[in-house]
Design a protein around this ligand. Structure first.
Ligand code: ATP
Ligand code: MG
Length: 561
């Protein structure tokens, strides 16, 4: 099947393979390092598939590490959701979940070591002054007036920073590298700041917190990471990553390798903007099935295998990775095709009375749940005097080539008889409210004699069908780059104005009887309509049946474009 398709090589795999061949490493160790300040999205899923995937493929291991150095923005709900999403995607991290906070003592000790070596100093410039001194791409920076303090003074001040003697933001610890370096990241970067904030792991133990760049490389080295894979925006930080590890006493020096960030059209992959959608109530939550979050995709009915197939298809490179949403939908659809049983559902019901239906004469038939998978089993497809068909399978004035219902025409009821439409019943306003039809009793499981009936429609016995709430989801945005549309003034337009008002439609539908007692997160294909899943939050077996549409059977967007 598709998820067994061969692994495509890439520059990261080549590096790993040559490191194994040369004996530089005997075992591969990677990590996935999310910041617990939001839910994981499809871009993270790509990074997860890469980090856990290469570890798996080369018999190595991958750590899950919460990159929690920003106490004000992080919380336990996010941390738990991240772990659960990684698990759901089908990956297992090595040992316990790690946290940058687990290394706060060691990080502090290394900072003292750097200070003692004359490679770090305590600075009192405020943020604005620091920006000024930093210079820019054209202008070299200027040394901080505090740069030449004695080692003793620096050590004393740093210890007192830790002891809580100074106000938040009043001092920082900075590396002494080079204020004229062309790479701005090397212009005496701050590695510690004073911030009295409660931390999810360490509580109020610390009032100084290490900065990301300093923390990340040391955490990687402490965990024995061999290849530290990250997105391209960190390429300019690599010299700092290497500088820190070269200037402290540590045995391990992981290799940082960058790849391009996944950008998905018709959605957004910025945690900050996704958080805005949630916080402003524009979606129902992080797990709204229209969200590109892992938890949203899960609730939408996407499978881990479909998402992994997608990650494999988008590949890994250093060039732009802008991908149409139809690639994700296509991978999900393809994976569901062979794995979902198929049943019938009618989303917009139109009543049909079978005028020649006769109890005991009109027979039911069994039908397989999947044409290529007999092991999925069969069910009975009952029929009764009243059936439901789809409103748009009937046309009073049919377009040319119409093979579905119209007065005087015949169609095959899927897994049942050929049916002829004899009469239309309308309400006072002229709306079609019912069809009167008759069955050809000689056509159960066989072709009618002397004529061809081409159209096949889905339908349900009204007496047997179960009513359900079905949520028809579509893309959340009407434009390919909702967060990158520039207005006449050259400024980015507000992405909120591109929210697709038709991205959710709720209908009361009818489904085959099997739908009555399903567990949450059960997936079915509804024939001719798409793939659907029972909602993991609102569906209650036997009580309240709620299905979400994961994806339609055809890519309606591509053909519209
Ligand atoms: P921020 O740091 O702004 O909160 P982030 O998207 O970088 O957002 P992290 O939690 O730091 O979030 O990301 C964890 C890992 O996932 C990082 O290694 C990052 O490079 C990777 N990652 C994040 N977004 C994408 C993306 N769109 N495509 C591929 N990898 C991504
Ligand atoms: Mg980040």
């Amino acid at each position: 099947m598709s998820n067994e398709s061969p692994v495509v090589s890439n520059f990261i795999r080549s590096t790993i393979e040559s490191d194994l061949a040369s004996g530089k490493h005997t075992c591969i160790q990677t990590r996935f390092p999310p910041e617990p300040n939001g839910y994981l999205h499809v871009g993270h899923a790509k990074s997860i598939c890469l980090n856990f995937g290469v570890a798996q493929d080369y018999q190595g291991q991958c750590n899950l590490r919460m990159d929690d150095t920003n106490p004000e923005k992080e919380n336990e709900e996010f941390a738990q959701a991240i772990a659960s999403d990684v698990k759901w995607l089908g990956f297992e991290w090595a040992g316990e979940i790690r946290h940058a906070a687990d290394y706060f003592d060691q990080l502090y000790a290394y900072a003292e070591e750097l200070t003692l070596a004359g490679k770090a100093f305590v600075c009192e410039l405020n943020a604005e002054q620091m920006r000024e001194y930093r210079g820019n791409f054209e202008v070299p920076g200027k040394n901080s007036p505090f740069r030449d303090r004695s080692i003793e003074e620096n050590l004393d001040l740093f210890r007192r920073m830790k002891a809580g003697e100074f106000a938040d933001g009043s001092k920082t610890l900075r590396l002494k590298i080079d204020m004229a370096a062309p790479n701005l990241n090397l212009r005496d970067p701050v590695i510690y700041r004073i911030k009295r904030a409660h931390h999810i792991r360490t509580g109020d133990q610390w009032c100084i917190y290490p900065m990301y760049d300093y923390t990340h490389c040391i955490s990687d080295a402490l965990e024995g990471i061999t290849h530290s894979l990250c997105t391209l925006e960190f390429a300019d930080h690599r010299p700092l990553y290497d500088w820190v590890l070269d200037n402290i006493t540590i045995d391990c020096h992981p290799q940082q390798i960058e790849f391009s960030r996944l950008e998905l059209l018709y959605t957004m992959t910025s945690k900050r903007k996704l958080a805005a959608l949630v916080n402003e109530g524009l979606v129902s939550g992080w797990d709204d099935p229209r969200m590109p979050t892992v938890i949203g995709m899960r609730r939408r009915g996407y499978t881990p295998e479909g998402i992994k197939l997608f990650a494999q298809r988008v590949g890994v490179s250093k060039s732009e990775n802008v991908v149409d949403l139809s690639i994700l939908e296509g991978a999900v659809r393809e994976q569901l095709e062979g794995s979902c049983p198929r049943i019938m559902a009618v989303l917009r019901p139109l009543k049909v009375t079978l005028t020649n239906y006769e109890e005991g004469v009109t027979a039911a038939r069994t039908a397989p749940y999947h044409p290529q998978h007999p092991e999925f089993g069969e069910r009975n497809v009952p029929i009764s005097r009243e059936i439901w068909v789809e409103q748009d399978d009937f046309a009073e004035v049919p377009p040319s080539g119409w093979q579905r219902l119209t007065v005087g025409s015949e169609v095959r009821l899927r897994y049942s008889y050929v049916m002829k439409c004899d009469e239309v019943v309308k309400d006072a306003a002229g709306n079609v409210i019912e069809l009167k039809c008759s069955l050809d009793m000689a056509t159960l499981g066989q072709n009618p004699v002397g004529r061809k009936v081409k159209g096949v429609i889905h339908w349900l016995s009204a007496e047997h069908a179960v009513a359900a709430e079905v949520r028809l989801y579509d893309r959340l945005f009407t434009t390919a780059r909702p967060d990158a549309v520039r207005g006449a003034d050259g400024e980015y337009a507000d992405f909120r104005q591109f929210i697709n008002p038709e991205s959710l439609e709720v209908v009361t539908a009818y489904i085959e009887p099997v739908a009555r007692d399903l567990a949450p997160e059960t997936r079915y294909q509804f024939e001719r309509l798409g793939y659907f899943v029972t909602d993991r939050k609102d569906h209650i077996a036997g009580e309240k049946i709620v299905f979400n549409r994961a994806v339609t059977l055809k890519d309606t967007w591509k053909s519209a474009a």
